[in-house]
Design a binder for this molecule. Structure first.
Ligand SMILES: *[C@@H]1O[C@H](CO)[C@@H](O)[C@H](O)[C@H]1NC(C)=O
Ligand SMILES: *[C@@H]1O[C@H](CO)[C@@H](O)[C@H](O)[C@H]1NC(C)=O
Ligand SMILES: *[C@@H]1O[C@H](CO)[C@@H](O)[C@H](O)[C@H]1NC(C)=O
Ligand SMILES: *[C@@H]1O[C@H](CO)[C@@H](O)[C@H](O)[C@H]1NC(C)=O
Ligand SMILES: *[C@@H]1O[C@H](CO)[C@@H](O)[C@H](O)[C@H]1NC(C)=O
Ligand SMILES: *[C@@H]1O[C@H](CO)[C@@H](O)[C@H](O)[C@H]1NC(C)=O
Ligand SMILES: *[C@@H]1O[C@H](CO)[C@@H](O)[C@H](O)[C@H]1NC(C)=O
Ligand SMILES: *[C@@H]1O[C@H](CO)[C@@H](O)[C@H](O)[C@H]1NC(C)=O
Ligand SMILES: *[C@@H]1O[C@H](CO)[C@@H](O)[C@H](O)[C@H]1NC(C)=O
Length: 449
């Protein structure tokens, strides 16, 4: 084996060992082997190595790859990064160092991964060459999504104190009202982080900054965990707001966990989309968002979508359009499906237009059309427990609006310990329509609100 031959030339001293492999190593890159793989020492400590939660080697036992950093925002190191990911695949680690910037200016296919760590302490920053990225990206039919790169494979950890920077300002400035759900929109903007066909993904400690569009999107993925993440998308141009910069989105995902995370964006904070199951959210803080939402689902004609088994606990939602929300599409050519077994518990909401809302007239359709073509998404077994705070008063005294579609079943909806006040007056009102059974609190039909 090539590796063994190389090891013979490695000096037997403590500290890292730098090797020059026989194939081309990019300028400024290095590969260092862990202590434990060196001869002699390895024989002593071979048997009882500790493993990570997936049974793979710990950081200290991994081969470490570094690459040169960028000299400026146009100094593209994407080839070096791709080289490093290939070198680190199957048990290694890529380290992007603190205080250094790594600029990505080319689309990257990272779907070949198997047991790899990326320790990101520096900044990974995308170029803002809109022309390049609109011609070179990975495209998904679902809401016409594009992305800079795709992460896929198995056992992928990305962690550290660093930043992934989408450099979104230029994208927002050029946006001029081209919402992603606008059927005429051709101005596609990339998603900052996307997994596809991945199993076991862990992202920890990072700052995900200024995404041009959605911040994260997980597709066909199983077991993905985000912990201790900070997401923001803040414009320096008052006339171009960072639209559609959702914190977390998903499609065909089983096992989605977000914990100890803060999100400061102008769209959904957390919003699993079709076919997301086994969701856990705990200790989440959202500011200025469209809320923690189940959906939207039921968008595409004839397609069945579902979301089930979600536990959402200890969430703070400030200054938003929505708080705890469920959303499903209605209209002449939409899909169907269900949202089932969802719990919102200990949710603190302040200054929010719709603190609790079930919206089955998504997206942008009027009452007449919604009544003529009601949503066919069933909503069952949804708990809202201990929800407190204030609305913005925009909806008058209404602090919770649960208007179910006449075209679907709504049952097992349970509210308990709700204390949301409205600056528009008291008592606050809870609206309920078309729900089977008692919802646990006093409520009035929409026509009386
Ligand atoms: C998904 O990834 C696995 C390996 O992890 C691969 O064998 C399979 O072909 C991939 N599926 C698709 C649809 O890309
Ligand atoms: C701010 O955004 C507006 C609207 O998108 C755009 O026309 C303008 O050029 C932007 N200003 C700067 C300084 O980029
Ligand atoms: C709830 O989440 C906040 C962060 O938003 C955190 O500071 C607090 O410790 C959490 N509370 C509990 C009981 O975990
Ligand atoms: C929360 O968002 C508002 C705008 O919606 C902003 O003015 C404020 O600075 C944000 N607060 C924090 C702590 O980020
Ligand atoms: C959701 O899963 C169903 C199969 O249960 C599939 O038919 C449908 O296409 C999926 N929805 C989306 C948007 O992928
Ligand atoms: C409902 O979801 C929770 C997770 O929030 C899960 O533990 C429980 O098993 C689910 N119940 C059913 C009946 O599937
Ligand atoms: C919605 O509920 C109705 C009535 O209970 C049921 O017939 C239908 O199959 C359900 N639809 C889905 C997609 O589960
Ligand atoms: C509702 O929307 C439909 C479809 O866009 C339109 O034809 C209709 O005139 C609208 N009705 C009202 C009352 O605005
Ligand atoms: C509801 O919350 C307000 C503060 O927002 C508090 O003064 C009041 O005691 C609470 N009511 C109940 C029943 O907990």
């Amino acid at each position: 084996m090539k590796l063994c031959l190389l090891l013979l030339v490695a000096p037997l001293v403590s500290g890292s060992v730098t090797l020059i492999e026989d194939d081309l190593v990019p300028i400024g890159a290095s590969i260092s082997l862990p202590r434990s793989t060196r001869p002699i020492l390895s024989r002593l400590s071979y048997s009882h190595k500790e493993k990570d939660n997936w049974g793979n080697a710990l950081e200290k036992d991994r081969k470490k790859i570094t690459i040169r950093s960028s000299k400026n925002d146009h100094d593209d190191i994407s080839d070096d990064f791709l080289w490093a990911m290939k070198k680190a695949n199957h048990g290694g680690l890529v380290h992007l160092e603190k205080g250094k910037k790594y600029v990505i200016g080319k689309k990257l296919d990272l779907t070949f991964l198997k047991d790899v760590y990326v320790k990101l302490d520096g900044e990974l920053k995308f170029t803002n060459d809109i022309k390049y990225w609109q011609a070179n990206n990975f495209y998904y039919d679902f809401q016409k999504s594009i992305t800079f790169w795709v992460w896929g494979g198995k056992d992928i950890k990305i962690y550290g104190s660093g930043v992934i920077n989408g450099n979104g300002q230029a994208w927002w400035d050029g946006f001029s009202g081209a919402e992603i759900l606008d059927p005429n929109n051709k101005y596609y903007r990339p998603i900052l982080f996307l997994t596809d066909n991945a199993t076991n993904v862990e992202v920890t400690g990072l700052h995900l900054k200024d995404s041009p569009c959605w911040t994260t999107f997980m597709v066909r993925t199983k077991n993905v965990v985000f912990d201790n993440i900070y997401i923001d998308a803040v414009s320096t141009n008052a006339s171009s707001l960072p639209k559609n910069t959702d914190g977390f989105d998903s499609l065909n995902v089983d096992g989605l966990t977000v914990t100890n995370t803060r999100v400061n964006v102008g769209d959904d904070c957390f919003s699993p989309k079709p076919n997301t199951t086994n969701i856990l959210v705990r200790n989440l803080w959202c500011n200025g968002t469209h809320g923690v939402s189940m959906g939207s689902i039921g968008q595409y004609a004839g397609v069945k979508d579902y979301i089930s088994n979600a536990w959402i606990e200890n969430v703070t939602l400030l200054n938003g359009q929505n708080g705890a929300r469920l959303k499903a599409w209605a209209g002449p050519s939409v899909g169907y499906g269900y949202i089932d077994n969802i719990t919102y518990k200990d949710i603190h909401i302040e200054n929010t237009d719709n603190p609790v809302v079930l919206d089955q007239c998504y997206f942008n359709i009027n009452e007449t059309t919604c009544a003529a073509y009601p949503s066919k998404v069933n909503i069952t077994n949804v708990n809202f427990l201990n929800i407190y705070g204030t609305s913005s008063g925009k909806e008058g005294r209404v602090v919770a609006d649960l208007t179910c579609s006449p075209g679907a079943t709504c049952s097992g909806i349970h509210l308990e310990n709700i204390n949301i006040t409205s600056p528009a007056g008291s008592p606050p009102e809870i609206v309920c329509d078309n729900i089977q059974g008692d919802i646990g609190v006093e409520c009035i039909p929409a026509s009386e609100a």
